[in-house]
Structures are given as C-alpha cells and as structure tokens.
Design a protein around this ligand. Sequence first.
Ligand code: BEZ
Length: 392
Amino acid sequence: MSFKTQALSLLGSISLALTAHGVAQAADSNKVKVGMMLPYSGTYADLGNNIDQGFQLYIEEQGGTLEGVEIEYVRLDDESNPSKAPENANRLVNRDQVDVMLGTVHSGVALAMAKVANDTDTLLIIPNAGAMAITGPLCSENIFRSSFSNWQPGYGMGVAAAKELGKKTAVTVTWNYAAGDESVQGFTDGFEEHGGKVLENLTVPFPDVEFQALLTQIANIKPDAVYTFFAGGGAVKFVLDYAAAGLKDTIPLYGAGFLTDGTLQGQGEAAEGLYTALHYADDLDVQKDKDFREAYEKRFNRVPDVYSVQGYDAAQILHAGLKEANGDFSNREAMVKGMSESTYDSPRGPLALSKSHNPVHNMYLRKVEDGMNKLQGIAVANLGDPAKGCRL
Ligand code: BEZ
C-alpha cells in the first residue's frame, strides 16, 4: 500500500471519517490499486485500450497477483485533455486512493500526472507519453516509463532517412504540442548529424485533421522526403490524405512508427511502402514476442501493437518492484530498486531503463508490406534518451 494509505490505516479515527470504500482499501494490505488514467475516447482511444489490454494480459498470465499481491483497477478516461488532467490525477490519488498511477498516452496530460505524482509521492508508470521533460528536468525516483521518449523514434528515423535511404532534404509535419515538437527535434538531430537538411517545419493544432493546406505547401517545397509525427485517428487520416493528394509516389513519407502502428486497417493500400522507425515491428525474431502475440490474439481476438507492448511492459516493471520488495508494496526503496535496476524480457527485444527511468532499446526501421510493419533492420541499437536536466 502507499505511504498515504498506510498512514490512514494507522490513524483509525481519521479513517473512520472516510467513505466505506476508502477504509476497506486502507485495511487491505495484500492489494495494490492501479489507477489507469488513459484515453478511452477521442483520437487516442484505441491506444488507451491497447495499453489497458497489454497490462491486463501480463497480470492474468501471473494468475491475477504479483508476488501474492492482488491487482485492482480503477479506470478513468482522460480524453487526452491536458486541461482536465490535474483534477483527474488528483481524483485518482485522493478520492480513489490508488497506490500506483498508470498513464497516459498524451504528453500534455502526462506532464500534469507527473506533477501530481511528485506532489503526492505516488508511483507513476507511463505506458506511452514521450514528453522529454518527464525523464529530463522533472525526472524523479517515483516515475518510470515503459514506452519511449518522443525524441527516440524521431532520431532513429532521421538517421535511417539520411544513412539507409539516402535523402538530403526533408520537411516535417506534425501536431503542435510536446510530442510533435520533440519527435521533430529527434528527426532533425539524426538527419542533420548524417548530412541531411530540414527545410521547413509545418504544424497543425492537436487534434485537428485538416491537412489540405499543409499538403499544398509540401508539394510546392518538393523536399526529398517528409517526416511526420501523427498517431491514432490523426495518423489514419494523414496517410489517406497524403496518398489522395498524389504525393505518396513522388515524395516519400516517413514517420515515427506511430504513423502506421495500430492504424494499418484504416489506412489500407495508402500505407503500403511507408518507412517508419520504432522500438517494435510486427515480425521481430524474438521468442518473447511470438509468445506475446499468440497470447494476446487468443485473449482479445485481435493483433497487438506497440501500445499493447508498452502496457504489458508497464506491468512487468511493477512486478519487478514487487519481486525486489518480496510483495511489500510499502517498501518504497526496494520497489524503486527493482523497477529501475531490472532488465526486462520485452516483446520488443532487450529492454532496460536508464538512470532517468526511460527505456534504452533498439530503434527498428520498418516498412509497411502486406498490411504489416515489417522489420528492415536496426536503425540505432540500444538507443537511450538525452535526459537533459535529470539529476537522479
Ligand atoms: C504523446 O503525446 O507523447 C504521444 C501520443 C501518441 C503517440 C506517441 C506519443
């Protein structure tokens, strides 16, 4: 249990003043309450659902308990709305008395969750949002990421665009918020370090999907390639619009892998041949991934994607803490040691966390072929994050 719920159970008279729900939680030391703050609606809804399912799958594989500790879920739809995020995260911690927060997808929402986690000394595992500040200046003992920092896939694609694919100039297009800005920064770093030049950065507000004006600008500039960060419903629309504008065959479209992960069904033929970089692919020669994909399909009747993997690995990270703490969640020192120092058998391949608690992992170059993100090679092996400003 969290320090807070432990304290409440000691202070019997105060806990009597709580709701019956709160008292029951404080009294039950063999349970960990996980607050799943994810987008269950809006453009990132599929991403949130897949994270949730990946997390569930791992817990179910362990029989519903981790080191004898039962896992209980509280779910909250964050709608990918940063303005509601402080209130939502505070509600989970203070009203629902969760022990761990799991979330979220959108960087702006995750930044607010990180602040609440730090203010209330609550453990937070981030299963997607890549905001660099969270494993940079805002890094903290109690915050972990099972996914990536926004810079990493961008950097991998920038290196591959210059080195493997031989491009000299590029235009970038993205949503105008932390994830897009940082993804473009990663691409620019990788591309320009290897001789490329970014000519122009184009943006639209999140979550707009009105792309026609940008496509006209791209056609006028005529770069060697276009780099994008879009995900979920926006990624489906961008890829369809790009092909419909007749650009696909003249100016190659590249992306952080979110462009084509979990989106291929909606994109169909328009996505065929697109190159992206990500820490996952659909045909990795990794035994853990083969087992994971089979189990996921059997359990949920659909194929997993990178978000499912990140949810699964978030549960593995929680488990590593509980292993080190022998099932005693209140032993924060052991929890943090286990979570940060373990190496993980991830479906993505080798996974470890850096000092700032951000994944160090391979960035794969993938190409869409026959409706799958097929591995072309490793763009950058064991890539970490700059983690600038982190003092852990
Ligand atoms: C983000 O906001 O950090 C993000 C959202 C979707 C996919 C990848 C990153």
